[in-house]
Design a protein around this ligand. Structure first.
Ligand code: PLP
Length: 411
C-alpha cells in the first residue's frame, strides 16, 4: 500500500492567503452589497508597461514563423536576459556577477521553495520571525523542521530570529548556529530594510560559521534610500556565502506572467564527503536540478523580461513603482497621523501596523473586514512575532488606498 509524505500533514492549517480568501468570500456572500477593498495579498494591480507589452507582441509574432520560432529554452535561460540582468542588476551596482551565474526561472516563490533541495536533509534553517511562509513550509515538506507546537506556532528544529519594534525589525545574529539563513530585504511582511553595514554583518557571519544565506531581493525596486543595498553582492565576501533570489513580479508587474532568477556565484562551494572532501560548487547542483526538473521560462516571457532593462522599460517601471510608493506614503502618513503605530512603507510596498489595544492580528482582521470592509493580512500568519501586527499593501489603486485609509481612520 502506498504511503503519503506525512511531512505535508504536519503543515498547520491552510496556506495563509487561502485562509484569508475563504473568510473574505464568506463575508461577501453574506453581505453582497458591501464594497470590500483588498489591501491583503501582495499582488500588483497596474497593467504591464508599454515596453513590456511591445516585447511580448513582437515575441509572439516570432513564434508564428518557422524561422524565428523558439522551442525549449536553454537550461539556464536565454543569454539576452542573463546578460541584461548581469549588466543592470549587478555590474551597474558594482557587483561581480557573470551571466552564467544567473538561472532564469518562473519566479522567486518556486525558487525560494525549491532551493532547499540541494542541501542536506539535516541542515538547520534560520528564519526571520515574522517571515514569508514559503521558506518555512518548504522545509516542513522536506522534513527538516521537527515538530510543531500549535500553541506557540514554533517548529522545534527551526532557529527563529525575532524582528520586533525593539530591534527595528532587523534580525540579530542567532545564538545557535544555522546552516541555511533565509533573509529578505526589503522585508515581507514588515517592510523593513537594512543598511549595507547591517547586511555586511550577516555576510561576515555566514562566512565565519560556514552557513549559506538565501537572500530574497524580490522587493529591491522599492528601495528609495541611498545606503540600502539592492543586492547582497554589494557586500564584500557575499560571493562565497550567498544565493540571491530575484523576481520580476513586484518591480515590473509580472505576477501573472511569471519570471524570476536565482543567482549562485561559482565561488560558493562546499566540501562534500562523497567527493573526497573536495570543494563542490553549489552552482553545479542547482544547474543539475534545473536541468532535471525545469524546462525553462517561456521565450516570450524572457523577451518581456529583457524589455524591463531597455531605457523605456526602465523609465516606465520606475513610474509604476513610484505610483505604488505614493500609496505606501499615503497609508503610512494617514494611519500614523491618526495615531496608529506604523512602520515600513519607505523602501517597501508594505506597511506594518500595530493592532490597536490588545487586539490579536486575527481579531483586528475580522474587525476591519466587518467595520471598514477593508482586507489586510494578519501579522500572526507570518510567525509568532507577527502577533498583534497587521500588514497593509500599497499595491491597490490610489483611489482604493485613500478610501481604505479613510475608512480605517473613521473607525
Ligand atoms: N519572495 C517574497 C518575499 C514575496 O513576498 C513573494 C511574493 O509575494 C515572492 C517571493 C514571490 O515572488 P514571485 O512572484 O516571483 O514568485
Amino acid at each position: 500500500m502506498y504511503q503519503l509524505n506525512d511531512n505535508y500533514l504536519k503543515l498547520p492549517g491552510s496556506y495563509l492567503f487561502s485562509g484569508i480568501a475563504k473568510k473574505v468570500a464568506a463575508y461577501q456572500a453574506e453581505h453582497p452589497e458591501k464594497q470590500i477593498i483588498r489591501l491583503g495579498i501582495g499582488d500588483v494591480t497596474q497593467p504591464l508597461c508599454p515596453a513590456v507589452i511591445d516585447a511580448l507582441h513582437a515575441a509572439v509574432d516570432e513564434m508564428a514563423k518557422a524561422e524565428t520560432f523558439h522551442g525549449y529554452a536553454p537550461d539556464l535561460g536565454y543569454e539576452f536576459l542573463r546578460n541584461a540582468m548581469a549588466e543592470n542588476d549587478y555590474k551597474a551596482r558594482g557587483c561581480q556577477i557573470a551571466p552564467d551565474e544567473i538561472f532564469i526561472s518562473d519566479g522567486a516563490k518556486s525558487d525560494s521553495a525549491n532551493i532547499q533541495e540541494i542541501f542536506d536533509a539535516g541542515s538547520r534553517i534560520a528564519v526571520c520571525d515574522p517571515v514569508y511562509p514559503v521558506y518555512v513550509d518548504s522545509n516542513v515538506m522536506a522534513g527538516r523542521t521537527g515538530s510543531y507546537d500549535e500553541k506557540t506556532g514554533i517548529w522545534s528544529n527551526v532557529i527563529y530570529m525575532p524582528c520586533t519594534a525593539e530591534n527595528d525589525f532587523a534580525p540579530e545574529l542567532p545564538k545557535e548556529t544555522p546552516d541555511l539563513i533565509y533573509l529578505c530585504f526589503p522585508n515581507n511582511p514588515t517592510g523593513a530594510a537594512v543598511k549595507k553595514d547591517q547586511l555586511q554583518m550577516w555576510v561576515d557571519y555566514a562566512n565565519k560559521v560556514n552557513a549559506v544565506i538565501i537572500y530574497d531581493a524580490a522587493y529591491e525596486a522599492y528601495i528609495t534610500q541611498e545606503d540600502i543595498p539592492h543586492s547582497i553582492y554589494e557586500c564584500e565576501g557575499a560571493r562565497t556565502c550567498a544565493i540571491e533570489l530575484r523576481s520580476f513580479s513586484k518591480n515590473a508587474g509580472f505576477t501573472g506572467v511569471r519570471l524570476g532568477a536565482t543567482v549562485i556565484p561559482h565561488d560558493l562551494k562546499c566540501k562534500a564527503a562523497c567527493n573526497g572532501e573536495k570543494d563542490v560548487e553549489l552552482h553545479r547542483l542547482w544547474a543539475r536540478r534545473h536541468g532535471t526538473k525545469y524546462n525553462g521560462a517561456p521565450y516570450i516571457v524572457q523577451r518581456a523580461g529583457e524589455a524591463c532593462y531597455s531605457p523605456e522599460g526602465k523609465a516606465q517601471i520606475k513610474e509604476q513603482v513610484g505610483n505604488y510608493m505614493k500609496n505606501a506614503a499615503y497609508i503610512l502618513n494617514g494611519l500614523g497621523g491618526a495615531g496608529y503605530t506604523v512602520s515600513g512603507g519607505k523602501n517597501s510596498p508594505y506597511v506594518w501596523m500595530k493592532t490597536p489595544g490588545e487586539m490579536t492580528s486575527w481579531e483586528f482582521f475580522d474587525y476591519l473586514l466587518d467595520r471598514a470592509n477593508v482586507v489586510g493580512t494578519p501579522g500572526s500568519g507570518f510567525g509568532p512575532s507577527g502577533e498583534h501586527y497587521f500588514r497593509l499593501t500599497a499595491f491597490g489603486s490610489f483611489e482604493n488606498t485613500v478610501a481604505a485609509v479613510d475608512r480605517i481612520k473613521a473607525l
